[in-house]
Design a protein around this ligand. Structure first.
Ligand code: R5P
Length: 290
């Protein structure tokens, strides 16, 4: 029997591609809000005995996380054989330790909740920094996919003489995986608060004739990319290309980055955004071949 693919909270181009490629059937449900703000959920698809995937776009997760759990629980209660979560962007990964006394390690709480309501998890480049594996916090089987080969392919096809720059130590893993033969450097970043970072630069080789390509896993407030772009202006006249796997782009950060004098902003479609140019659905489809 074909798999049922539910898109949550709404359909995304990535979800559509995945559903088409795995020959899945669109999962149907009604979700609305009662006058008191509580949620009403009704499954329209018959799910008993079926293999179900929920493709969830986890940006602004707080707005609808509880509703996702309601949906997953309804699927289990109505007899779905297995309920998998495809979360191309996995939120709540950055608070992975107690940075200041009294802080909650929300990554653990979030992981516990997901592990309670889902049978497996598939995601792309989660922010694994202090955790080395998702299994340190998720108790369900998880598959981690990597966008590096697709990003690398894009750079090879579109950029002549690239020079890769990772804006902080955490980005080193992605930059190294993307670089191959391409020269690269990794900067040092100190985050003072949300949206305020300080970046220090090692001595760089001569950048003349090269196109700087800044690569990070996430662009959230945009502060990291903006700082790096501003500093690059002192080093080269060539406008940089900014690339990221997960384009969160909070508030007006996309506009600010565009206005900072970048050549292009290129992202993967793990989160729908006008900068999406790299389709990661082939990775997801491969992971769903079981
Ligand atoms: C490190 O913490 C991450 O790899 C990204 O550099 C970070 O999430 C980017 O955040 P922002 O856009 O808010 O500077």
């Amino acid at each position: 029997m074909t798999r049922l693919v539910f898109d949550f909270p709404c359909e995304t181009p990535l979800g559509q591609n995945v559903r088409d490629k795995v020959d899945g059937e669109k999962g149907r449900f009604i979700m609305r809000t009662f006058p008191d703000g509580e949620t009403y959920v009704r499954l329209e698809s018959l799910v008993s005995g079926r293999d179900v995937i929920i493709n969830a776009s986890f940006v602004h997760a707080n707005d609808w996380f509880l509703n996702l759990l309601f949906l997953a629980d309804a699927l289990h209660s109505q007899g779905a054989r297995r309920v998998g979560l495809l979360a191309p962007y996995l939120s709540y990964m950055r608070q992975d330790t107690v940075f200041h006394p009294g802080e909650a390690v929300t990554s653990r709480t979030f992981a516990r909740l997901i592990s309670t309501y889902f049978d497996y998890l598939i995601t792309i480049d989660p922010h694994l920094h202090r955790y080395h594996n998702l299994s340190e916090i998720y108790s369900i089987p998880s598959t981690v996919l990597h966008a590096a080969p697709l990003i690398s392919e894009w750079i090879h096809r579109h950029v002549e003489a690239p020079f890769l720059i990772g804006p902080d130590g955490e980005s080193e893993q992605w930059v190294k995986a993307i670089a191959g033969e391409i020269p690269f450097t990794v900067l040092n970043k100190i985050r003072h608060e949300d949206g305020h970072v300080e970046i220090s630069w090692p001595p760089l080789e001569d950048l003349s004739g090269k196109t700087p390509v800044l690569v990070d896993d996430i662009i959230s407030s945009g502060a990291t990319m903006l700082q790096a772009v501003k500093h690059l202006k002192n080093l080269t006249a060539v406008a940089p290309i900014c690339m990221a796997v997960h384009p969160i782009f909070a508030e007006d950060s996309y506009q600010k980055l565009q206005e900072a004098g970048v050549k292009k902003i290129i992202t993967c479609n793990s989160i729908p955004h006008p900068s999406n140019e790299i389709d990661v659905s082939p990775l997801c489809v491969d992971a769903l071949k079981f």
